[in-house]
Design a protein around this ligand. Structure first.
Ligand code: GUN
Ligand code: FE
Length: 424
């Protein structure tokens, strides 16, 4: 019973996607890094544990960023007037090429991880770059931060230009194996994830090799899917043998099923693809701020939820400029309203409850039992002091949570825990 404790305060978590549980002035108990549940009175067997009284603060599960690019943090807020392919070539690839330098990687990744520590994020699934040494530096920084993360060394053996392209599929696979071997067993809270950047960046030979590696090592996979109409047309040209973008991954066995997979964006999905994502339980990382910035489109998130496709939220740093998942919740709600009004009035906008679910339990499921305070869930928590957001009347806890979604920043987060470890 080393680090077991109790927090008292106004506790909120998602039970289901449309049901928010609110426990006013109750106790949430952390035992061995996991939640032992929420109680109105402290059960007898936990009565010896230290109790931290958080006063009138809100206590919520930590947030999950299902999709971010750590090397893009440094240029966030720049170059937002372009669409995806032009943005990649003009801003992103030249910036990522700089991560060949370990000195640069250390400097820039330190800034990102410091920001992440202060943010509402407790867990993240992150792209590094194609460079092994830089990726290792990022993993070390994240491990030291106390946050929990999946990190991917990016694979890209075509269309990256001379400074951001691995010389061959063979070389890319060799480097990936070296990265896995050199990081194996070194970290407690940071795990590797295979990361073919997207179909235009990866030859068939590389994809076949990654699929073999996935099967051998049982690694999860992350990539991008159906983000931009120009990108989708390009994938059709590159893969004339398949009938849609999803199949371009599926033909190699890199699309869910036995291969745990996150696909970012999933905006322009055909019916067959939605069916396939559901059957294969492919995770969607919905990145609304990125989708607005790069004029990509509005993803059919209501459809994903009603089909039972596992879905969470992503910052997509730096096509999204904010690390905050509270902000992503607000963006997701706002985007869904535009989709309902302008695209499809049969698909109702997301509610506050649903957006909160997506940013906690929805994305958290990729990590296991994460994103709730139900018994057995990892004890990831934020303590939120909203006392500086004035209102002349006393608000309900649920309404205060809604205001955190729209109005909070890192100054409202007074403490942060990941599996019971204090991070902030
Ligand atoms: N598709 C391929 N690479 C990227 C990237 O870095 N960001 C986004 N938003 N989409 C991509
Ligand atoms: Fe992305």
């Amino acid at each position: 019973m080393k680090n077991d404790f109790i927090l008292k305060g106004n506790i909120c978590y998602s039970e289901t996607m449309d049901r928010l549980w609110v426990a006013e002035q109750q106790y949430v108990i952390c035992v061995d890094g996991k939640s032992a549940g929420v109680f109105s009175e402290i059960p007898e067997k936990y009565q010896g544990l230290p109790v931290k009284d958080c006063g009138d603060a809100l206590i919520v599960p930590g947030m999950v960023d299902l999709h971010a690019h750590a090397p893009q943090y440094a240029f966030r807020g720049l170059g937002m007037d372009l669409e995806l392919l032009e943005w990649l070539n003009t801003h992103t690839f030249p910036e990522e090429a700089k991560y060949a330098s370990e000195v640069y990687a250390k400097r820039a990744y330190t800034m990102y991880v410091e920001e992440l520590k202060k943010s509402d994020v407790t867990r993240a699934v992150i792209f590094a770059t194609m460079h092994v040494e830089g990726t290792k530096i990022l993993m070390e920084l994240l491990e030291d931060s106390g946050l929990s993360a999946y990190v991917g060394k990016v694979n890209m053996d075509r269309n990256g230009g001379k400074d951001l392209e691995e010389k061959s599929a063979e070389k890319s696979l060799e480097e990936t194996k070296r990265w896995l071997a050199e990081t194996d067993g070194r970290f407690q809270h940071v795990r590797p994830i295979l990361t073919p950047r997207f179909i235009p960046s990866c030859t068939d030979e590389l994809m076949r090799g990654l699929a073999e590696l996935q099967k051998e090592k049982k690694l999860p996979v992350q990539s991008h899917l159906s983000e931009n109409p120009g990108e989708i047309a390009w994938v059709k040209e590159l893969c004339p043998n398949v009938s849609n973008y999803s199949e371009a991954y599926e033909q190699f066995g890199l699309f869910g099923g036995d291969c745990p997979t996150i696909m970012a964006h999933c905006i322009w999905m055909e019916e067959d693809e939605i069916e396939k994502m559901k059957n294969n339980q492919v995770y969607v990382a919905h990145c609304p701020q990125s989708n607005m910035n790069l004029s990509s489109g509005i993803a059919p998130v209501r459809r994903f939820l009603s089909e039972g496709i596992p879905t969470g939220l992503g910052s997509d740093m730096a096509a999204g400029y904010s690390t905050s998942i509270f902000r992503a919740m607000a963006d997701a709600i706002q985007c869904s309203k535009m989709r309902w009004r302008l695209v499809d009035d049969t698909q109702k906008p997301l509610t506050v409850e649903e957006a909160f679910y997506l940013g906690t339990k929805g994305g958290g499921a990729f990590f296991g039992k994460v994103g709730s305070f139900e018994e057995g869930y990892e004890f990831d928590a934020l303590i939120l002091d909203d006392s500086n957001i004035a209102h002349p009347q006393k608000l309900t806890v649920r309404d205060r949570l809604e205001r955190m979604i729209y109005l909070s920043d890192d100054r409202h987060i007074t403490e942060k825990y990941v599996s019971g470890r204090k991070v902030k």
